[in-house]
Design a protein around this ligand. Structure first.
Ligand code: RNT
Ligand code: ZN
Length: 422
């Protein structure tokens, strides 16, 4: 394949030769990359606000700091912003929707009343744009989550309310999977936990397990919807105890054959999810990632091309786990242009995957031979290989802006569209 741009083609050809010398088939790597969908999280577009009509404020310990102008206020605005972002990202991707982004026609539709009908515009828009959809029940920013407990609440009525919400959510997920012919992953994350040391850690966890079993009782074809659950170590307001901890959900997903979600911001600051991938995939067929960036805490900063991201990407790419690892993004920065936030994070995720797909097999060969000197030497040399030329060529061949040129589009969009939202 050749692009119109002569310099790009020359750089690409040279890069290809360089990689071929290391035993890497660049065309094959690009083909693999093109088949990996990234699920963009709708909630970056409006600071996790949602479109309900009862004026809730962001809860569950989630914090979106910043007040950059131009956030989406309606589903149509959010879709327009997403379309702009997708137009700057190479490849075909997905959208990850939260339940409170339904379209309720100005009515108060409570969480235990949502149906696929409230998402029909999202579904037809996704179809039109060739996107897959993923889904999440929204178990926060709601009066019934105000005491910090949802599925593990000691109050049976409150538990029932959230169970019903989650049951409906996976039915909506199945409707999305069915309408689009692409499996939807519906991810349950709950904020449940305590600020200070609990006296009882057992009962809330027993209640959570029971609630989850009730939610997943009805069989749904895994072709339409996959059930995922997301652990966390601590949150704001749940510093001392989180009911849905890593061990809780690890045990749950293995015993109930569900999908485990690994969020990059949900562990100790020095503990990264990259090392967990090869462990958990020994015992479960698939996982979901929430690729995020914690800065000192689960702060959900925009994903950058750092060592953590590269390590995650290489665990997927080098091991051929592309079909077993669903990649979603999860961050929300309200201090910069939100379309740019999506674009930067998603392009970085793809760029990290590309770098990983271009990894020379000689590193593994060296390790297998016990030659750790060569392994280290090649790992370090890899850091300055010409992957940038391959990435630029890939963007050009997919019809999206090369290098920083996407920023011009975003600035124009800001001037003509976002800045008018006052
Ligand atoms: C919170 C979890 C969860 C949320 C989204 C909005 O710590 O990471 O995934 O970020 O559901
Ligand atoms: Zn998450």
């Amino acid at each position: 394949m050749q692009t119109q741009n002569k310099n790009l083609n020359t750089s690409f050809t040279l890069a290809k030769e360089r990689y071929a010398g290391l035993g890497v088939d660049v065309d094959h790597a690009l083909k693999t990359l093109a088949a990996i969908p990234i699920s963009l999280h709708c909630w970056q577009g409006d600071d996790v606000g949602g479109f309900e009509n009862f004026g809730g404020t962001l809860g569950g310990g989630l914090v979106a700091t910043g007040n950059y102008p131009g956030k989406a206020r309606t589903p149509d605005e959010l879709r327009a912003d997403l379309e702009k972002a997708y137009s700057l990202i190479p490849g075909k991707h997905r959208l990850n929707l939260h339940a409170f982004y339904g379209e309720f026609g100005g009515k108060k539709v409570d969480r235990d009343e949502i149906t696929p009908a409230h998402f029909k515009n999202w579904i037809s828009w996704a179809k039109k744009n060739g996107l897959g959809l993923d889904f999440n029940p929204t178990c926060f920013s709601h009066p019934k989550a105000a005491d910090g407990f949802t599925l593990s609440n000691a109050d049976k009525g409150i538990r029932k309310f959230w169970i019903e919400h989650c049951i409906r959510s996976r039915e909506i997920g199945a409707a999305m999977g069915n309408a689009l012919g692409k499996t939807c992953v519906t991810n349950v994350w709950i904020p449940d936990g305590l600020k200070d040391t609990p006296a009882d850690r057992v009962d809330p966890r027993a209640r959570l397990a029971e609630s989850l079993d009730a939610i997943f009782k009805k069989p749904i074809s895994p072709k339409l919807n996959l059930d995922a659950v997301e652990p966390k170590l601590f949150g704001i307001g749940s510093e001392s105890f989180v009911v849905g901890s890593h061990e809780f959900y690890l045990g749950y997903t293995v015993s109930r054959k569900k999908v485990l979600t690994l969020d990059a911001g949900h562990y100790h600051p020095t503990e990264s999810i990259s090392d967990k991938i090869s462990s958990v995939l020994q015992f479960m067929p698939e996982i979901l990632l929430h690729v995020s960036r914690g800065v000192r805490w689960d702060s959900d900063h925009v994903v950058i091309l750092n060592d953590d991201l590269l390590a995650i990407a290489r665990e997927i790419a080098v091991n051929g786990f592309e079909k077993r690892v669903h990649i979603g993004l999860d961050y929300f920065d309200a201090s910069i242009n939100r379309v740019a936030a999506w674009t930067i994070g998603t392009r970085n995720m793809l760029r990290a995957l590309l770098i990983a797909l271009l990894e020379t097999p000689l590193i593994r060969t060296a390790e297998a031979a016990g030659d750790f000197t060569t392994r280290l030497a090649l790992q370090e040399e890899a850091k300055t290989l010409p992957f940038g030329a391959v990435w630029d060529y890939y963007c050009e061949s997919k019809g999206v802006p090369v290098g920083e040129h996407w920023l011009t589009d975003v600035k124009d969009y800001e001037k003509n569209v976002l800045s008018q939202r006052v």
